[in-house]
Design a protein around this ligand. Structure first.
Ligand SMILES: CSC[C@H]1O[C@H](OP(=O)(O)O)[C@H](O)[C@@H]1O
Length: 338
């Protein structure tokens, strides 16, 4: 399968990280230069850099920034402790996606060999993400085609799981782009993904860039679309997958899975092995990130609720394994025990 050339959403340049500021899309393509660990923490916490694999890569590069700052000749006694303290702050930036902790810990393993070794490890991780995503997308295309009618498909997706959320290829959205390249997409229905609008702002931007037919819908529309036969398959990503196949993903994913089960529509999760956390037996142990009220009470300068309105704003929810048709990684399709 021919895939478009990889366009990394973040890279190391000189002595800093350069990343696309996803808060500014789609209206403005603004690059950020992240030169300190605090810059990286802020970029991850504010979703300037977002998406489970992408925040993992940013966190790992943050470890490299820390190592270059703290591990110089004559600092052997303090280097490791200082970098480990920075690493814990990086991991704490967003608690739900396991990729962040996994990638930071992998970068930490190279600290004893020096800052350049840490940087080389982050470069290897970025290339691995591209390679594993391409392999995973191939498996996901096969899985979708095995569960859907033999015609161009109407696919529903949620949040953003494309090249912006990873090193360059994407997971669920990477699969959709590959299906479209094979002539197997009739239309993509994109949930806006309140409150930060990753679907409305980012997935539409990526689909337009790839020339894939799509329509945007409000988050409360998908069940109606399913009831009217407008959805052949639901494709989403994941932030953390537990040993039994429960999946933490963007808030709203669980309700899509319930509606898909009711309408007997395939619900397929596409996520790399680095999104699995087999130390957790099931999804009840996943720490769900709660975010600020002001994300819900307005968008940017526009306020939509009275000042002081309190909110319920979890960034993720957990979809039980029994609602999931398949979970696809670079190792192939995993069908959770029903
Ligand atoms: C391949 S990205 C996985 C995951 O990350 C997104 O969350 P966020 O935009 O808050 O970083 C969303 O849950 C995606 O499905």
């Amino acid at each position: 399968m021919s895939m478009p050339p990889a366009q990394p959403s973040l890279r190391w340049e000189g002595d800093a990280i350069v990343a696309l500021d996803q808060r500014a899309l789609p209206l403005d393509r603004r690059m950020l230069r992240l030169a300190t660990v605090d810059d990286v923490i802020d970029a991850i916490a504010t979703l300037a850099v977002r998406g489970a694999p992408a925040i993992g890569l940013a966190g790992a590069m943050g470890v490299a920034l820390s190592a270059f700052e703290h591990c110089r000749p004559g600092t052997a006694g303090t280097c490791a402790e200082a970098v480990h303290l920075d690493a814990q702050r990086l991991i704490a930036a967003r608690p739900t996606a396991v990729n962040l902790a996994w990638a930071v810990r992998r970068a930490l393993e190279r600290v004893p060999e020096g800052a350049d070794a840490v940087l080389r490890e982050t470069t290897a991780m970025l290339q691995e993400d591209i390679t594993t995503n391409r392999t995973m997308v191939g498996h996901a295309v096969d899985t979708v085609l095995a569960h859907t009618p033999d015609r161009p498909l109407r696919v529903l997706t949620h949040c953003n799981t494309g090249r912006l959320a990873t090193a360059a290829v994407g997971t669920a959205l990477g699969t959709i782009v590959a299906l479209a390249a094979a002539g197997r997409i009739a239309e993509v229905l994109v949930g806006e993904t309140r409150p930060l609008l990753q679907g409305a702002r980012l997935t539409t931007w990526e689909l337009a860039e790839a020339g894939v037919a799509h329509r945007l819908c409000v988050d409360s529309a998908p069940a109606a679309a399913m009831s009217r036969g407008l959805v052949d398959c639901v494709l989403v990503g994941a932030d953390r997958i537990t040993a039994n196949g429960d999946v933490a993903n963007k808030i709203g994913t669980y309700s899509l899975a319930v509606a898909a089960a009711h309408h007997r529509i395939p619900f397929i999760v596409v996520a790399p092995e680095s999104s699995w956390d087999r130390s957790l037996a099931d999804g009840s142990s996943i720490l769900i990130e709660e975010r600020d009220d002001d994300e819900v009470t307005g968008f940017g300068p526009v306020k939509s609720a009275p000042p002081g309105t309190r909110t319920y704003n979890p960034a993720f929810d957990v979809t039980p394994a029994q609602l999931i048709t398949a979970i696809v990684s670079e190792h192939g399709a995993h069908r959770p025990e029903r």
